[in-house]
Design a binder for this molecule. Structure first.
Ligand code: OSB
Ligand code: MG
Length: 385
């Protein structure tokens, strides 16, 4: 394959209003905030990547301002002019800078897209080439939907019913302290056979083990991230007291975290968010471990714009991603996304990988400018730009 040389990089901070606020155990969000990375190669090919952040330092600790700072002061200067024979050479270029996983993942994603486009291949096929021998892209990802905390149990059941009618085959409900057993009970009463899971976003402590064990009666696929975002050890102790498999999200920030979680019995399923682990190279490393250990795997989402969504769908179409991913159709998030075409739910609760080369979706300049203007208007004191 043809190598690429990075000529220039431009950053875009965007704000896209969600169709409805998304509430988790740590609060509600009304808008998608993201920093989009536009990378241009010496040959004039443009690659796009998304730093999958949120408005505040919650889930991933990074914000639009930290992402811009880390990119413009450190990461971008370190990579301009670099030539890459393969995108997996990229992490070495920025190895001396630590942390900021969501930020570096956005930059790396732009490299993967530019590389795939330069070689006129779809990103999903490029990922497959980097996966173990014999792994080929299915050309579509099996997906589910993540439903935020609702104002009532009735509203929760309404939301589930609506998503099932739309064709989603797996439901994830957000829970928190005081909003857990009744939610599972209400959902199971109305939907006894639906593949169902819960996500606590770190709201519990090991002292809640007896309480959480009561969830075993609801035949859940898994419970996601019940304990602290930086804990692995206590999840191992908790798993010993639950039949429901524990799925780690926040706690696995690298391949080495995953090895530790496996070693101490803290994990039965992995939610892999490429942003959380610092990019697609580390994601491929983690993918190989999951395949070798036969650990059930799915790809998580951060309510991304079409740019981030396209790359995640490309990865989620790999055969080692064995469970439905948290990547829903565009109309579950936005009235109008930043890119075209939108992602639509297909038969069997799937999203197809777009046909074009690279991520296969095109950023719409007018919508990009509009979304950048929205960010500036909402945060006029120099936040982003
Ligand atoms: O915990 O998986 C999570 C969104 C933002 C931050 C954390 C999480 C989520 C989701 C959304 O669950 C999944 C999606 O993108 O649809
Ligand atoms: Mg989660």
């Amino acid at each position: 394959m043809k190598p690429i040389t990075i000529r220039s990089i431009k950053l875009h901070t965007v704000l896209l209003p969600y169709l409805a606020p998304f509430e988790t155990s740590f609060g509600a969000e009304t808008d998608k905030v993201a920093v989009l990375v536009e990378l241009i190669t010496d040959a004039g090919v443009t690659g796009w990547g998304e730093c999958a952040i949120e408005f505040w330092p919650g889930y991933g600790q990074e914000t639009a301002e930290t992402a811009r700072h880390i990119l413009s002061e450190f990461l971008v200067p370190a990579v301009i002019g670099a030539t890459l024979a393969c995108p997996s050479e990229f992490p070495a270029l920025i190895k001396r800078f630590r942390g900021n996983h969501h930020t570096r993942a956005g930059l790396e994603a732009a490299v993967w897209d530019a590389f795939a486009k330069s070689n006129d291949i779809r990103l999903t096929h490029l990922f497959a080439q980097c996966a173990p021998e014999g792994h080929e892209s299915a050309g579509r990802a099996t997906v589910g939907v993540s439903i935020g905390i609702q104002p009532s149990l009735a509203a929760t059941c309404d939301a589930i019913r609506q998503r099932l009618q739309q064709g989603y085959g797996r439901i994830k409900l957000k829970i928190k302290r005081g909003w857990d057993l009744e939610v599972a009970r209400a959902a199971r009463a109305e939907f006894p056979d639906v593949p169902l899971m819960l996500d606590a976003n770190s709201d519990y402590a090991i002292e809640d083990a007896d309480h959480l064990a009561q969830l075993d009666q609801f035949n859940l696929m898994m419970i996601e991230q019940p304990l602290a975002h930086d804990d692995i050890f206590q999840h191992g102790r908790l798993q010993a007291r639950l039949n429901t498999p524990i799925c780690l999200d926040e706690s696995v920030k690298s391949a080495s975290d995953l090895q530790l979680a496996l070693q101490v019995g803290a994990i039965g399923v992995l939610n892999l968010k490429p942003a959380r682990v610092g990019g697609f190279s580390e994601s491929l490393e983690i993918y190989r471990i999951c395949v070798a250990q036969e650990l059930p795997l799915w790809i998580g989402g951060m309510l991304e714009t079409g740019v981030g969504r396209a790359a995640n769908v490309a990865f989620a179409a790999l055969p080692g991603v064995t469970l439905p991913s948290d990547i829903s159709a565009t109309d579950r998030y936005f009235a109008s996304d930043i890119s075209e075409p939108p992602f639509a739910l297909g038969a069997g609760s799937t999203l197809a990988t777009p046909e074009g080369s690279g991520i296969g979706v095109d950023v719409q300049r007018d919508r990009l400018e509009e979304a950048e203007r929205r960010w500036r208007e909402k945060y006029p004191y120099g936040k982003g730009g």
